[in-house]
Design a protein around this ligand. Structure first.
Ligand SMILES: Cc1ncc(COP(=O)(O)O)c(C=O)c1O
Length: 469
């Protein structure tokens, strides 16, 4: 895109060597030719006015005007109707694309991709208000580098939020702001690796990309099976892992809630092994018809690191999350954050604090909880109508569920056939450590799928889903 300048002349790096036996005008023209040919100056870019350039380079204005006239004659520059002089389109070299353009995604009638909140409902007005307010009230000192652990006000607000909503046992000093769970997990695993951690357990099925994060942190990732009561603690114990990464409130992706006796067994395991439980509380705000389940962190604040994120509650693009750390790990995490990026963006942190303090965050969550609950009901009804007998589990929270296909069904065949009908379906096999296709299951996300799309989509693939289970 051509650079448009308002008011001030654009800057262009031109260097003249007054010791060379080449006339200055020739040097100037040559520099422009090279800049245009190499793509440093792009099609339509404005060049400085002759007056500004003459002043900047210590030349006479007449010399610059003559150079510009020569470059126009050669087809490098154009001037139209008294407007600014610009680089001619024909003279420029097309800049290589950063990466080949991705093929346009196929338009789907219904996409049951999971993990994405309703992007059409992101509270843009509230966020814009909060950013404007943050800019208005932030003292100048807040525009400097801040505490790498995060903005004090946000840390206070989040500690209070985690105590109030998740029954966490924490104070602001233990809260570290990060760029979402993805960064938080890397920081935690690296800090623990520095303290001697070599192996961490991950839920299977679970987030397969977590193994990549673990490798980056120098930690071996071992899969630990998940059944209908959550992670298998005896199997975890047998791995000899010194940490485990879990989604206890709504297991990703099975949707299972960690059973009470497993919660206690886990805490006991951590105490016995001096191990760390890394709790990913990614969608805990969206609970429906079960009794509230507090964060595990509240049961063992010295042994649990808990993550929160706004990626499900507001929008993934905000890249804001937080770590609730055991007291003895907080300083190491702040150091890791300092080395990584010197802290998360200050104004965004203040904006999130304002959103929560003013109740706008809670209001948005209430609205979205009702919307996701309605979508969930539509999904249940649509399946009951079009594919009765397909068992649906993992519905207690969040915005995805698991559909159990009939034994013997080929998951990938169903996904391919659905795609040919413009319905996006996704299989559980992608989330299993060994990618096993059995038992055949679909992870049905409905966060970013409208009620109408859910109804239409399920009707379109009903015969593929089968009627018995
Ligand atoms: C299990 C799980 N936890 C957390 C997140 C959020 O990650 P982040 O906060 O980095 O956006 C995701 C994203 O999809 C996820 O799948």
């Amino acid at each position: 895109m051509a650079v448009e300048w308002s008011g001030l002349a654009p800057e262009v790096l031109i260097t003249l060597d007054r010791r060379r036996p080449v006339p200055l005008r020739a040097q100037l023209e040559d520099q422009f030719r090279q800049a245009i040919r190499s793509g440093r100056l792009g099609a339509g870019d404005r060049v400085p006015s002759s007056r500004a350039l003459a002043k900047a380079l210590g030349l006479s204005r007449g010399l610059v005007q003559e150079s510009y006239a020569q470059l126009q004659a050669e087809g490098y520059l154009v001037t139209r109707g008294g407007s600014a002089t610009r680089v001619a389109t024909a003279a420029t070299r097309a800049a290589p694309a950063l990466r080949p353009p991705a093929p346009a995604p196929a338009r789907l009638i219904a996409d049951f991709a999971s993990g994405v909140p309703d992007l059409a409902s992101v509270p843009r007005e509230d966020w814009a208000w909060a950013i404007r307010e943050a800019c208005r009230i932030a003292p100048n000192t807040d525009l400097n580098y801040g505490d790498p652990a995060g903005n004090t006000r946000l840390r206070e607000v989040l500690a209070g939020y985690m105590r109030r909503v998740r029954a966490a046992d924490t104070i602001a000093a233990q809260v570290i702001i990060c760029s979402g769970m993805a960064q938080g997990l890397g920081l935690v695993l690296r800090s623990l690796a520095d303290q001697g951690l070599t192996r961490a357990g991950f839920e299977d099925p679970g987030p397969v990309d977590a193994a990549t994060t673990a490798a980056w942190a120098g930690v071996e990732a071992v899969p630990v099976p998940v059944d209908d009561r959550g992670v298998d603690v005896a199997a975890l114990d047998a791995t000899g892992a010194g940490a485990v990464v879990l989604t206890p409130a709504h297991q990703w992706p099975t949707g299972v809630v960690l059973a009470p006796e497993r919660r206690l067994a886990l805490v006991d395991w951590a105490a016995r092994r001096q191990a760390v439980i890394i709790e990913d509380d990614y969608d805990a705000e969206f609970r429906y018809d079960r009794d509230p389940v507090g964060a595990l962190q509240g049961l063992a604040p010295d042994r649990v690191v808990a993550f929160g994120t706004v990626s499900k509650s507001l929008a993934p693009a905000l890249r804001l999350g937080w770590i609730v750390s055991p007291p003895d790990l907080a300083a190491a995490l702040a150091r890791a954050k300092q080395v990584t990026d010197r802290g998360s963006p200050g104004l965004d942190q203040l904006a999130l604090a304002l959103l929560i303090e003013t109740g706008r965050y809670d209001r948005h969550l209430r609205r979205m909880r009702a919307e996701y609950a309605a979508r969930r009901d539509v999904l249940i009804e649509a399946l009951a109508e079009h594919a009765p007998g397909v068992r649906l589990t993992g519905l207690a929270a969040g915005f995805h569920a698991v559909a159990h296909l009939q034994p013997g069904t080929a998951e990938q065949d169903v996904i391919r056939a659905a795609r040919s009908r413009s319905v996006g379906l996704y299989g559980m096999s992608a989330h299993r450590a060994d990618h096993a296709p059995d038992p055949p299951q679909l992870v049905l996300g409905f966060g970013n799928t409208s009620q109408r799309a859910i109804r239409t989509g399920i009707a379109l693939v009903s015969d593929l889903l089968g009627n018995r289970c």
